[in-house]
Write a protein that binds this ligand. Structure first.
Ligand code: SAH
Ligand code: DHB
Ligand code: MG
Length: 219
């Protein structure tokens, strides 16, 4: 019942506030056609990422976890002509579909997709750093390591956003031995302890269930 109402409200918010043009809709359709998991950010969250990027006048964005490039398109559209999103994706097939979606959106000059395990791509990004905004949305077990890289590639004022930090409340379940849940818990704990970060996290409900995202700014 609750989930139904959350979805209904999401529908209303998206219909009312979040216009998705042809390229965004085509990206979701192509992802679904290719049987990619429907774990892209929701349209309202995609737009929130877009607004964050514009709020800070971001020019350089790092994304960890591309999937079909839906969040990438929202982020890339927030950047000036000479802005750049570097997005990291493990699965060549996901990257291929993302590249098509990004090209269809006319954003290929603003986006670079690096294929491979993010932990292998990250050490190669020194010359592209510092990033203004970093969106962490891949395999959650590696989130603590991604946070370390994010800090390395930050400047004062860089914003680090983490997706899926609540996972139906599983992060507070002591019995839960899942490595991704453990990674998320450590990711949040590290942000709380880290002197260089001012961090918070918000629970969310909606069409994608009960979850949350974290937001931190580098001091
Ligand atoms: N940000 C996307 C959703 C990403 S889903 C959006 O909102 O549209 C998570 C993605 O991370 C998947 O495509 C998955 O293949 C990728 N992934 C998983 N493990 C990874 C790794 N070690 N390195 C890079 N990408 C990884
Ligand atoms: C999963 C991953 C995501 O990034 C997401 O937004 C939702 C679910 C997953 O791996 O289950
Ligand atoms: Mg996610």
């Amino acid at each position: 019942m609750n989930e139904l109402r959350w979805s209904k409200v999401d529908e209303f918010l998206i219909d009312t506030l979040v216009e998705q043009d042809e390229a965004l809709l085509a990206a979701l359709a192509a992802n679904s056609e290719a049987n990619l998991p429907a774990i892209d950010v929701s349209p309202n969250q995609g737009k929130l990422l877009h607004i964050y990027a514009r709020m800070m006048g971001a020019k350089r964005v790092l994304e960890i976890g591309t999937l079909g490039g839906y969040s990438t398109i929202w982020l890339a559209r927030a950047l000036p002509e000479d802005g750049k999103v570097i997005t990291l994706e493990y699965e060549p097939r996901h990257a291929e579909i993302a590249a098509k979606n990004i090209r269809r959106a006319g954003l290929e000059s603003r986006v670079t997709i690096l294929v491979g395990p993010a932990l292998e791509s990250l050490p190669k990004l020194h010359s592209s750093a510092p990033f203004d905004l970093i969106f962490i949305d891949a395999d959650k077990k590696n989130n603590p390591a991604y946070l370390e890289w994010a800090l390395k590639y930050s400047r004062k004022g860089t914003v680090i956003v983490g997706d899926n930090v609540v996972r139906d409340g599983r992060i507070t379940d002591e019995e839960d031995r899942d490595e991704h849940i453990a990674g998320l818990r450590e990711f949040l704990q590290r942000q709380g302890e880290e002197q260089r970060l001012t961090a918070t996290a918000i629970q969310t409900v909606g069409a994608k269930g009960w979850d949350g995202f974290s937001v931190a700014i580098v001091d």
